[in-house]
Design a protein around this ligand. Structure first.
Ligand SMILES: [Zn+2]
Ligand SMILES: [Zn+2]
Length: 203
């Protein structure tokens, strides 16, 4: 059955990939804990044989996902790789994250969640709010959801940061109905009116 790993999940594990700024993983784990009804564990950094996309200074997201999937062997756990590096697949300039539908591992890049990446002033609240939304989107894929046509749904495809912000932080009702309980628990609740990932996040 598709998405069985997500249905059976009893914990999430955050796997740092490469160096992360102090406190970033903790901040992500804390925010994620408020959005999922599962324990969120932080793993120690792992020495992974990372690979760059040919001719580009970006991590090969497909390769990294394969590395994570081979490590995601624990029953009832989903593995979320977290990197500060920019990641891409050969056919896209970049990706915010990657997951295989129904898989048990996914990855997110924090690089483009940071307003400073775009030459804008630092905004840790916005940055961290976007990061947790990225993780939730990829977890949606692990729960077998595909991209949603509803532009204000967390499962809609975002090819740039503006779309990340306009799709907001909530799953639409149709998507929420297909999510495992631990991920759907907060779907559709709260006044998700601003459309910005960070606006409705508790501090
Ligand atoms: Zn997606
Ligand atoms: Zn949707």
């Amino acid at each position: 059955m598709a998405g069985e790993a997500a249905l059976r999940a009893e914990a999430l594990e955050l796997q740092p990939v490469g160096a992360l700024a102090p406190g970033r993983l903790q901040a992500l784990a804390a925010r994620l804990s408020r959005r999922v009804h599962l324990p969120v564990h932080q793993l120690a950094p792992a020495d992974l044989p990372l690979r760059k996309v040919n001719g580009r200074d970006q991590l090969d997201a497909g390769h990294l996902l394969e590395l994570l999937e081979t490590r995601a062997t624990a029953e009832a756990r989903l593995l979320v790789g977290v990197t500060a590096d920019d990641v891409a697949v050969p056919v896209f300039t970049f990706v915010f994250g990657l997951a295989r539908q129904g898989g048990r591992a996914c990855l997110v890049s924090l690089a483009r969640t940071d307003p400073e990446f775009y030459g804008l002033p630092a905004d840790p609240e916005l940055r961290d709010g976007r990061a947790v939304c990225e993780v939730l989107h990829e977890l949606g894929h692990l729960a077998s959801l595909e991209h949603c046509a509803n532009r204000s749904c967390l499962m809609s495809f975002a090819g740039n940061i503006e779309k990340v912000d306009t799709r907001g932080e909530r799953f639409c009702d149709d998507c929420a109905a297909r999510l495992p309980h631990w991920l759907a628990a907060h779907a559709g609740t709260g006044a998700a009116t601003s459309g910005y990932c960070h606006r409705n996040e508790p501090a």
